[in-house]
Design a protein around this ligand. Structure first.
Ligand code: GDP
Ligand code: IMO
Ligand code: MG
Length: 428
């Protein structure tokens, strides 16, 4: 039995898709456990780029079981589009399993996401407006519609009626916008139900059976630690738990089944959306990283905010998820930088602080303590062995490992599958 979790350590877009795709070759099952189509995971295979929002990144291999767990929120139209898109490109989707307990994103969730953001004004979160937050809200307030309900026309019709009555009232009375027509939504969604029916099962049972049979399971995180609902920069977070602890709840397996946790760390830091970001760069260096790294959102196309590598964030992620190995990505983007910085501590009111601030006011006011590193100014994209990396690159990575308190497992020097340096066997 071997199960590993691959999750983000920063604010998302670390390159989880690339790392999952790389490790998925060895896995029998790849499973998503939270989030929805707010995620945008890019995988490059043989020079071709694939952008996945809902399907696990294992879908690019033949013969893998791909699970969309109960903790994921599913926009059925997006799911169908993605399945068809993959089929048209010649990939098989027979191994896809969608949890019957996963919650369904409805049109009113997407509209609520939009009007709530508008209503927040200066305090907007900068969500992806995919209806993620409102769908999880309904799940928690126990009025959500699950895949199992969508598969039962009578149950669905009744649940939709109750939800729509309440939501349409809210749209009109509070937000002053038009709601939705019951029959139209009902027919649209019952159509989706037929297209998805063959994939819908009890995925917790699928996963537990796979584990009992000694199969290798890879859990693919979406979003990241700093966007975690409980541990991230609340309220500038997403509405699920991307940390490794989210796997038990969002996939329906016991924590004792997980062997290794791999934290994906971008070699610098980026963030999309609002909220504090201590190492953010507002100068030409930030612009250089954004342009060299094409740092624009996969899902929304928004420019990503860029900054120095923050080892305090990574150390916090290591503790929260018990990260065994780090997978460092995008080292090559720093190839041309003369002098680099890593934030190794935060100072608040002149004193070093040891705990990651819960208060956003504090986090916004911390002063990063930087260590400077001489850049390697060498093209690393062709390197395949750790010892062949320039010494200055290794010093940079090893200092991160020291401050973060965990081992280096993978170093990625390009988006391609082969542009990967392996330091340890993650499935052991
Ligand atoms: P995710 O959401 O964590 O899966 O990350 P995204 O896919 O949103 O963004 C990461 C981007 O970096 C994608 O375009 C990847 O193809 C790309 N990528 C991943 N690893 C590397 C790397 O080591 N070097 C370079 N240059 N690009 C990478
Ligand atoms: P991947 O999996 C980066 C951010 C949004 C916003 C906040 C809340 O590709 O790393 P939401 O729509 O989830 O309610 O938005 O979270 N966000 C992401 N940022 N990568 C992602 O996913 C993200 N998913 C959500 O920008 O700040
Ligand atoms: Mg992404």
């Amino acid at each position: 039995m071997s199960a590993i979790v691959v999750m983000g350590t920063q604010w998302g877009d670390e390159g989880k898709g690339k790392i999952v795709d790389y490790l998925a070759e060895q896995a029998d099952v790849v499973a998503r456990y939270q989030g929805g189509n707010n995620a945008g995971h890019t995988v490059v295979v043989a020079g071709k780029e694939f952008k996945l929002h809902l399907l696990p990144s294992g879908i690019l291999y033949k013969g893998k079981t791909c699970v969309v767990g109960n903790g994921v929120v599913i926009d059925p139209a997006v799911m169908i589009k993605e399945i068809k898109g993959m089929q048209e490109k010649g990939f098989e989707t027979v191994g896809l399993k969608i949890s019957n307990r996963a919650h369904v994103i409805m049109p009113y969730h997407r509209l609520l996401d939009e009007v709530e953001e508008e209503y927040r004004g200066d305090h907007k979160i900068g969500t992806t407006k995919r209806g993620i937050g409102p769908c999880y809200m309904d799940k928690n307030s126990r009025c959500g519609i699950r895949m199992v309900d969508l598969m039962d026309a009578e149950e669905f019709a009744e649940k939709l009626k109750r939800n729509l009555d309440a939501k349409n009232h809210l749209f009109k009375a509070v937000y002053g916008v038009e709601g939705f027509d019951y029959e139209t939504v009902k027919n649209e969604y019952l159509g989706y139900a037929e297209e998805l029916r063959s994939y819908v099962v009890d995925t917790s049972a699928t996963l537990n059976q796979a584990l009992k049979q000694g199969k290798k399971v890879l859990f693919e995180g979406a979003q990241a630690t700093m966007l975690d609902l409980d541990h991230g920069t609340y309220p500038y977070v997403t509405s699920s738990n991307p940390i490794a602890g989210g796997v038990g709840v969002g996939a329906g397996i016991g924590p004792t089944k997980i062997n290794n946790v791999v934290g994906v760390v971008k070699a610098y830091t980026t963030r999309v959306g609002e909220g504090p970001f201590p190492t953010e760069l507002f100068d030409e260096m930030g612009d250089h990283i954004r342009e060299a790294g094409h740092e624009y959102g996969t899902t929304t196309g928004r420019p990503r905010r860029c900054g120095w590598l923050d080892a305090c964030v990574v150390r916090y992620a290591v503790d929260l998820s018990g990260i065994d190995y780090m997978a460092i990505t995008r080292l090559d983007i720093l190839d041309a930088v003369k002098t680099l910085k890593i934030c190794v501590a935060y100072k608040y009111k002149g004193e070093i602080i040891n705990e990651f601030p819960a208060s956003l006011k504090t986090l916004a006011a911390v002063e990063p303590v930087y260590e400077e590193f001489t850049g390697w100014e060498t093209d690393t994209t062709g390197v395949r062995l750790y010892e062949d990396l320039p010494l200055n690159a290794r010093l940079y990575l090893e200092r991160l490992s020291e401050v973060a308190g965990t081992k280096l497992g993978i170093v990625s020097v390009g988006p391609g599958r082969d542009q990967t340096i392996i330091l340890a066997d993650m499935f052991k």
